[in-house]
Design a binder for this molecule. Structure first.
Ligand SMILES: *[C@@H]1O[C@H](CO)[C@@H](O)[C@H](O)[C@H]1NC(C)=O
Ligand SMILES: *[C@@H]1O[C@H](CO)[C@@H](O)[C@H](O)[C@H]1NC(C)=O
Length: 416
């Protein structure tokens, strides 16, 4: 019965057609602007509201690392590289550190990949410490605040905790030298030691041109109800089961593998991006970390993200009304996913789709080259601008010290 009801609803929804991407501006009646302050924040222009000084570091901290492995430009942690390029040519950049509001240290800590393309964060802490040592001895600005007016892009799984296993990441904690800095990171989970208050949560990098190349006609009906491609179990790293995705992905598979409303599989088809444009709901469950590029892909392709990751902090949450765009399902409620999704009234679904069709929403999820107004770079700068002016208490008194340079795991103290 549910299925027949849904067949009808899908027909109604498909009849609307959706615009995708800024190239194909959807018809006005198909998109909806977020009302009130959130919409304004999303469209803010950071130019004129902050000045950023970029430290010039020896190329071994950034460009040389990239030269060794160009895959770093396309993996989901690539924001650290594109942000560097962006700020260098941005009008918010200042060459005069005396007038800077923010100091930026462009260090590529996630560009050390295994043959399979997974980043190894083991050298990152030493590299980061080395970069901070360098800026603190060559310029007077670090010592003034011990980093309180400095920001760092740390896009790794658990940000500046620099480990891909959550337990180890928690045990390590945020690198002690970054305790006063502002962290710009993909990882976001409430009440977690790896997310510091005041951090800016950003989307993972997903290649804009590649997604653009897979756009299909916005008239295409959304004939798939729920779509997901990815792992349900990670047998290699979690042989007993239960750790990976805290069991939530396994629960999706066990409960819905035979449900005709669910198009779910581990097979990654070449039509993956197209399929998302044919789906009403796209599952975005946690994996090892709460976030994955699926969230970005869902927004870009107008597929309502079904977020299954308790306590997740979503990218640019002060600008993007995630509650209105997406559907949040508690990890323990996964067995009821079918009932939860089929009981959402069609008018609510249509509204979410209209909001998703808003080009400014998509733009905020991307790091395009060249940059475009309202993109993720601009949202990061907006986030930094909203933290200004700095409180007077960021400046240390002469001789005052707050950071402990010898704290943290002994292995991190070795030179890089
Ligand atoms: C900053 O402080 C450290 C030690 O606390 C010192 O070694 C360094 O020379 C100082 N930097 C500058 C530019 O004075
Ligand atoms: C700095 O950290 C080290 C290692 O945890 C500790 O032994 C030392 O006492 C700390 N120093 C200060 C001044 O707190």
């Amino acid at each position: 019965m549910e299925i027949w009801r849904w067949a009808f609803v899908l027909m109604v929804i498909s009849a609307f057609g959706y615009g995708i991407g800024a190239e194909q501006l959807p018809q006005p009646h198909q998109t909806e602007r977020i009302s009130g302050s959130a919409g304004d924040v999303l469209e803010d222009n950071p130019v004129g509201r902050l000045k950023v000084f970029v430290y010039e570091l020896p190329s071994k901290y950034n460009k040389k690392i990239l030269q060794k492995d160009s895959r770093c430009l396309t993996h989901m942690f690539a924001a650290e590289i594109y942000m560097h390029r962006f700020v260098l040519s941005s009008p918010v950049r200042t060459l005069n550190p005396e007038e800077a509001d923010w100091f930026y240290t462009p260090v590529y800590t996630t560009c050390d990949l295994t043959p399979n393309g997974l980043p190894l964060p083991f050298k990152s802490p030493r590299m980061m410490r080395s970069a901070i040592q360098l800026i603190s001895s060559n310029w007077p600005y670090w010592n003034r605040t011990e980093g309180a007016d400095h920001f760092f892009v740390v896009p790794h799984d658990f940000g500046a905790c620099f480990h891909y296993q959550e337990e180890k990441a928690i045990e390590r904690g945020i690198l002690p030298l970054l305790q006063r800095a502002t962290l710009v990171q993909t990882f976001g989970q409430r009440n977690h030691v790896c997310l510091k208050e005041g951090s800016i949560t950003i989307p993972p990098y997903a290649p804009p041109q590649k997604m653009q190349a897979h756009l299909i006609s916005p008239e295409t009906p959304r004939s798939i109800f729920v779509y997901f491609r990815g792992l349900f179990y990670d047998v290699g790293n979690d042989p007993e089961g239960g750790y990976y995705a805290r069991g939530a992905r396994a629960a999706v598979w066990e409960n819905f593998k035979d449900n005709p409303l669910f198009d779910i599989s581990t097979e990654h088809p070449t039509t993956y991006y197209e399929d998302m444009q044919r789906a009403v709901f796209c599952l975005c469950p946690l994996g090892w970390a709460p976030w994955s590029p699926r969230l970005v892909e869902a927004v870009i392709f107008g597929c309502i993200p079904v977020i299954i990751a308790d306590d997740i902090v979503l990218p640019f949450a002060d600008a993007i009304p995630w509650e209105e765009i997406g559907v949040f399902v508690a990890e323990e409620d996964v067995p009821h996913l079918d009932t939860i999704l089929t009981s959402i009234p069609p008018e609510i679904i249509l509204r979410k789709q209209r909001l998703l069709a808003n080009p400014s929403m998509k733009q905020a999820m991307l790091f395009p080259h060249p940059a475009q107004p309202g993109d993720a770079f601009h949202q990061i700068l907006n986030g930094l601008a909203r933290k200004l002016p700095h409180g007077k208490d960021i400046y240390l008194k002469p001789g005052e010290k707050s950071l402990n340079w010898t704290a943290g795991p002994v292995g991190d103290l070795k030179p890089w």
